[in-house]
Design a binder for this molecule. Structure first.
Ligand SMILES: [Cu+2]
Length: 202
């Protein structure tokens, strides 16, 4: 074992590892954190806060899926990067369907399928696509298709954090299924967390 044979070398390697780790952290960009408030308390949850545009090509979101369980779309809101293929699952013991009335999703209709099968759709345009099920009128979900992966969903208290944002100046926006909020101009620096709160309006 290295620490027995050469304790000094072991200590140096350990120190180098920690310095390297801190170095990597410093290169990881900045963070944006804040709170979204809404006219209806329950709509603070499942907002999407996102950077409108960061130059470059961003890879699709990995593992994007929407399940149908308990006659609900889960998750209720799914933010993804444009070009992502979403898997649609059915875990109920009944038939479900998924369609979108929205043009950004070509008004797709995946048909009706039994439990166990998976259907897919690739979202090629940015924007919001509502999801509906023609078997159950009460079912609704949303896919929010974004230009880049620097987004976060709010928790039940409206809090969000976006990590590892490349330094730069951007427009920060908020999406909510019912309300609107004003975009903000922000500047992100390496190693810093900035605060950006949103107040949604009717
Ligand atoms: Cu259904």
């Amino acid at each position: 074992m290295l620490y027995r044979k050469n304790p000094t070398l072991f200590a140096v390697l350990l120190a180098a590892f920690f310095v390297f780790s801190i170095g990597v952290e410093a290169w990881a960009g900045g963070a944006i954190s804040g709170m979204v408030s809404a006219p209806q308390a329950k709509l603070k949850k499942d907002c999407v806060v996102y950077i409108d545009n960061i130059s470059g090509q961003w890879p699709p979101t990995e593992g994007a899926r929407i399940d149908q369980q308990g006659i609900k779309f889960i998750p209720h809101v799914l933010p993804i990067v444009v070009g992502t293929t979403v898997n649609f699952l059915n875990h109920d013991q009944i038939l479900h369907n998924v369609f979108s009335p929205d043009a950004i999703a070509e008004k797709f209709n995946l048909g009706t399928w039994p439990p166990g099968e998976i259907k897919t759709y690739t979202f090629a345009k940015t924007g919001c696509a509502a999801l509906l099920c023609n078997v159950h009128q009460e079912m609704e979900g949303y896919v929010v298709v974004l230009q880049n992966p620097f987004f976060a969903k709010t928790d039940e208290n409206g809090n969000y954090t976006i990590n590892d944002v490349p330094p730069g100046s951007y427009a920060l926006k908020v999406w909510n299924k019912k309300f609107k909020g004003d975009p903000q101009n922000i500047t992100v620096q390496d190693g810093n967390t900035i605060t950006a709160d949103f107040v949604l309006k009717k």
